[in-house]
Design a protein around this ligand. Sequence first.
Ligand SMILES: *Cc1c(COP(=O)(O)O)cnc(C)c1O
Length: 570
Amino acid sequence: MSDWKSFTHEPKIAYFSMEIGLSTDIPTYSGGLGILAGDTIKSAADLKLPMVAVTLASRKGYFRQKLATDGWQQEFFVEWKPESRMELLPAKTLVSIENRDVKIQAWLYRVKSPTGGEVPVLFLDTDIPGNMEEDRRITDQLYGGDLEYRLKQEIVLGIGGARLLSVLGFTIKKFHLNEGHASLLTLELLAKARLPVEDTWDERASWETRRVMEQCVFTTHTPVEAGHDRFPYPLVKRVLGEPVPFPLLQELAGQKELNMTVLAMNLSRFVNGVAKKHGEISKSLFPGFEIHAITNGIHPFTWASPYFVALYDQYLPSWANEPELLVRVDNIPDEEIWEAHSGAKAYLFQYIEETTGVKLDPEILTIGFARRSATYKRGDLIFSDPDRLARIGEGKLQLVFGGKAHPSDVPGKQVIQQIFKHMDQLRGKVKAVYLENYNMDVAYRLIPGVDLWLNNPIRPLEASGTSGMKAALNGVPNFSILDGWWIEGHIEGVTGWSIGPPPTESSLTANDSKEDVNDLYSKLEQVILPLYYDDRPGWIRTMKNAIGKNAYYFNTHAMLRRYVTEAYIR
Ligand SMILES: *Cc1c(COP(=O)(O)O)cnc(C)c1O
């Protein structure tokens, strides 16, 4: 084991993220944002990029989901102990919160690649003797608590994270802010960027601001104004104090309240959205900013089921570190693609039987839908007309669901209840199950094991979406609203199918649910079911196209190469 100090020998890109999903047993993630962060770090290790990641220890995790018989969600802590699997780094740092010093320590986790690359991940932790009880809880619960709790977490992440890197001896070339949660780090950089000569206030501020901008890269993930973290200034004054003069803070972060996205945009030279469409949406949300687009990806080796790993290893050796090779998927015989898929399906069905008691039929077309249960994702859309669904799908369709709602998102929880209600109504006609506690482990079985991956968000709210990329990698075609990454990955009838109208500018926010629902049902009935049951070679061709035309490109290796050439080395 190399000494941790070796990590500080060369300058690094520091990747800051409130959540990072590396594996199920490090439960410090809630959904797509965290998984993306974890996948990014894994690709960085594969590619031997000089990176270090900074996140929170979240000792009580996000939560474990249980569902009552009526589908109502209950939440339980997932206590985990960083000390059981990480090394405590010897340096500590302090941040000022409500005018008192709060000590921060960091746990080191090493993400190691078979290529020999290694990326350190620092999990920040305030659970230290000497801190007030209240402060020891700051790094407990991911996205828990109120606005004040959130602000304290973001002080620890942004300011604490930057200070800790510095006391540990890291030299940082670029700070990459994965979403606005870490934006306060720009204030720390600003406070340190002192113009060497005395000058007028204005001159100094603009010189210092430019210097910080050179160091920062910001990725925004949310296409709605309400999704960005904002804090009222009285709260900021009381909890954070005044790390930079107040008029300057207001100029950089918003006059009325501290908007973390605006702060990051104003202090980052490179700003990007997570798909082409999302880049455009972000430009309209923040006029005047130059906003690029680098489409998200997934880590190939992590998300390929063991069945496809074996197949790719045999026919496309070194695919895992060179996923472009998946473009040559036609070298794999059809029967072997089908066999691998059948293996993944059986593996999922066994899990479903063990956890729910429901026995699904491997011969029946099975649709999967699992992601955070936020209302815009419309998890219950397929039940809009239960009679029609029963008519189309009786004996020909099975449904598998999964997903957690944020603990305070009551409408999101009600969507799960609705799904339960409809599953009940369709009993005897269309078999359906809802898998509890959707996490990386469940995703790893669920996504490769279904035949078709459904995604029906309200446009344009799915900034990118990544679960569909995991499906494609396992030969599972997407059936999705034209939003996020699917606008770029979709070729109708070739890589999968669209739902609803094209994503034209004029219908940017128009959402005709009726049109979406109608298209969903009619395409299912007239195109997808006949192809699956009557033209198996045609179906397998679609599976191969999902691999060769989607998965070869929508991965974090390709994504990171773009970050390097377009953002990091500039
Ligand atoms: C990939 C993944 C997500 C993201 O799913 P989207 O459909 O992109 O929202 C969320 N949760 C888990 C556990 C995942 O593995």
